[in-house]
Write a protein that binds this ligand. Structure first.
Ligand SMILES: [Cu+2]
Length: 232
């Protein structure tokens, strides 16, 4: 099975140098250009899940995950977003995009953020609490096979049934393989129900540990619940 997101180029396009604040806590912006293999900036994109480019940023240990949508300057092909690093460390920046007339790609680069770095150890965990929302992830990952993952959202012990659509579905799940942070696309099986369950079809390329991040929107705010699963 092919894996995505471990290289800064595919045959046709490359992710340029990522400019960002050099140290944790420093306010600034994050910017980059996507270019052809020959170095020509790409300024036209196709939309996927409502956006021309999905930016995923995570520290190498799986902490500090962010899914954002930078703004494109169509004149220069430069993507920009205001940015502050919460903590030091080595980060991976993923750009998930489709050049106009091209194929969907996930490109990535490493960015170093200076400061005192205390890596976290990712142990398997299938329950997460974010802003008072309890989220569990049921199901397993299997190497080379499709499996069903079900996220269940509750608040104060009650099922949450008023999730709001975000980028065209009630939840988005990103999985990264621990070790190389290979990026897995996981597709929501859209029931059209705003909770409490969101179902996904996942396919792990190999055995090993995977870091999973569920983005969901409730009460007007997008939140991320993080999980760690092992694929057998
Ligand atoms: Cu996105």
């Amino acid at each position: 099975m092919n894996v995505n997101g471990t290289a800064l180029s595919t045959g046709e396009v490359q992710l340029g140098v990522v400019h960002a604040p050099a140290t944790a806590g420093e306010d600034g912006e994050l910017s980059f250009t996507v270019a052809t293999a020959g170095g020509q900036p790409v300024a036209k994109y196709e939309e996927a899940h409502g956006k021309q480019l999905h930016l995923i940023v995570v520290r190498a240990d799986g902490a500090h995950f962010r899914h954002r949508h930078p703004v494109l300057d169509p004149e220069t092909g430069v993507w920009t977003i205001p940015w502050t690093w919460a903590a030091a460390g080595t980060y991976r920046v993923f750009a998930d995009l489709t050049p106009a007339g091209g194929e969907s790609v996930t490109l990535s680069r490493t960015v170093e953020v200076a400061g005192d770095y205390q890596p976290q150890v990712a142990e398997p965990i299938a329950a997460s609490v974010v802003d008072g929302y309890q989220v569990t992830l049921e199901g397993t990952l299997a190497a080379g096979a499709g499996t069903l993952l079900t996220a269940r959202v509750t608040r104060d012990g009650q099922p949450v049934t008023d999730l709001e659509p975000y980028l065209g579905s009630f939840g988005h799940l990103v999985a990264l393989r621990q070790g190389d942070l290979a990026y897995l696309h996981i597709h929501a099986l859209d029931d059209g129900k705003p909770g409490p369950e969101i179902r996904f079809h996942a396919e792990a390329p190999t055995t090993g540990r995977y870091l999973l991040y569920l983005d969901f929107q409730a009460a007007g705010v997008v939140r991320t619940a993080a999980f760690v699963l092992d694929a057998a």
